[in-house]
Design a protein around this ligand. Structure first.
Ligand SMILES: C[S@@+](CC[C@H](N)C(=O)[O-])C[C@H]1O[C@@H](n2cnc3c(N)ncnc32)[C@H](O)[C@@H]1O
Length: 240
């Protein structure tokens, strides 16, 4: 797992260091009001744990979850519920605990993903999943979303062509992206998704051979009880 942004990285770092439960408890016990939010966010962040907690708070209460400068707290949000409209403490806590259960299997680095790809380029036992900022398209959607939005998309596609292992990329459905994919001889498929305004839109999936996707009319994330799954596998002495 590679991420450049300091705030997003703080959350991943906390999880891989085994503190997912700390963050989950912090979220579950936080009484979210406009006052409590402003008070909490005005506190200086000294530790990685504090940066991680502020990141989750901002991601859930700022417009579109945007951490980049210029964003602000939700005034109306979903159903006019303002800052609490995307604050589902139990769901967020469960997700953190689920990922926390796999923390020993995650190696996190706050680095340039392109550099890390090159480091593993010659390995045929490595698979890359790349979810880059969506800035190659005309909409420049990612530009206002992320602090680190500028990446060299042409270089990323070239590295994907060079790596020995397989890769899968997700992008916005933009002409510039499709031109790059065709130029590098990659396949593309469109998958439906909902954006932050709940509007149905399509996202591009890019890879070398995506014929395996043709059997799926649409992609859904199946509900899984990861904790139970891990416990059962551990009991049976299986690998998780
Ligand atoms: C579309 S988002 C992916 C979000 C991520 N998949 C998740 O679910 O949290 C793109 C992310 O790429 C990060 N990023 C931008 N340039 C990067 C780089 N050169 N190396 C690693 N991460 C980068 C941004 O900070 C942003 O969080």
């Amino acid at each position: 797992m590679v991420e450049l942004d300091n705030e997003v990285a703080a959350v991943w770092k906390l999880i891989v260091e085994g503190h997912a439960k700390w963050l989950a408890d912090k979220i579950l016990t936080f009484n979210l009001t406009k006052e409590s939010l402003l008070k909490e966010l005005s506190k200086p962040t000294k530790s990685n744990k504090e940066i991680a907690f502020h990141t989750i708070l901002k991601n859930r209460t700022f417009h579109g979850g945007i951490l980049a400068p210029g964003s602000g707290i939700l005034k109306h949000g979903e159903n006019g519920k303002g800052i609490t409209s995307r604050w589902y403490p139990r769901t967020i806590a469960n997700r953190l605990l689920n990922i926390g259960d796999f923390s020993k299997k995650i190696d996190f680095r706050r680095e340039d993903g392109l550099k890390v790809m090159q480091e593993f380029a010659k390995r045929d036992d490595v698979i890359f999943f790349i979810d880059p900022p969506y800035t190659a398209g005309g909409k420049k959607a990612g530009k206002r979303l992320y602090n680190h939005s500028m990446i060299d998309h042409e270089r990323l596609f070239s590295i994907c062509e060079e790596v020995k292992g397989d890769f899968l990329m997700t992008y916005d459905n933009a002409d510039e992206v499709k031109i790059l994919a065709r130029k590098h001889g990659f396949q593309m498929r469109l998958i439906p998704m909902n954006n932050t305004h709940h509007a149905a839109m399509e996202e591009l999936v890019i890879g070398r051979d995506l014929s395996w996707m043709d059997g799926f009319p649409s992609v859904h994330e199946p509900k899984a009880n990861y904790r139970k799954l891990i416990k059962t596998r551990l009991k049976k002495g299986q690998k998780i």
